[in-house]
Design a protein around this ligand. Structure first.
Ligand code: NAG
Length: 194
């Protein structure tokens, strides 16, 4: 009987400890990101209510559009946040910010979501920790500013062509498989088939 009480109280303390830890973290993260724009969120559930109204991909697009942009009428955003429950997600649109994150030693560990993605696909995006750190070194050497700039015109042309192709089927109402075209586009860019 005593051991059952001890077990139960340890379990409750354990759960309470984690809840309090989570609350402290959420409050701290909320304060630290107070100046990053995002839709108003509720405690605990974050922006979950916005997602309950979502029924189709069009609703998802509407939701994405209503998230404020820091650049007024510009179609792209520089930085914004969204709370998925107690999980804070910050979207970056400014290449300077993305560069800072990708080059930072403090940002080697990726979110757990990449681990789940790794169950389906394995590649550069899903690599984490030391593996990702080791992979970044040669990539940083290869993907220099000059190298990227020298390929920019070709990449831009390929992207425009792909957009034109997709635009022609966008309103047709037909189901279109993007995968083969996107695979060719990626291969062309990476292998430099010009
Ligand atoms: C992808 O490239 C290959 C080789 O050039 C070509 O045969 C194929 O038709 C292309 N596929 C698409 C969907 O463009």
């Amino acid at each position: 009987m005593i051991s059952a009480t001890v077990l139960l109280s340890s379990l409750i303390s354990y759960i309470l400890f984690h809840i309090i830890k989570l609350i402290i973290w959420v409050r701290r993260a909320d304060k630290m990101t107070a100046n990053i724009p995002g839709p108003p969120s509720l405690p605990i559930i974050g922006n979950a209510l916005s997602f309950t109204k979502m029924k189709s991909s069009e609703d998802a697009l509407k939701l994405a559009k209503c998230i404020p942009s820091t650049d007024g009428d510009k179609p792209w955003y520089r930085i914004r946040k969204i709370w998925l429950g107690p999980k804070l997600i910050i979207h970056l649109g400014d290449p300077k910010h993305i560069d800072a994150v990708l080059a930072s030693k403090d940002a080697v560990n990726k979110d757990r979501v990449y681990k789940y993605m790794g169950l389906v696909v394995d590649g550069m995006v899903t690599k984490n920790g030391k593996e990702w750190h080791d992979l970044r070194k040669p990539l940083n050497k290869i993907l220099t500013k000059q190298m990227i700039e020298s390929c920019f015109t070709t990449m831009h042309q390929k992207a425009l062509k792909l957009c034109e192709l997709w635009e022609s089927v966008a309103d047709s109402g037909k189901v279109h498989n993007l995968r083969p075209e996107l695979a060719n586009f990626s291969a062309d860019n990476v292998c430099g088939k010009y």
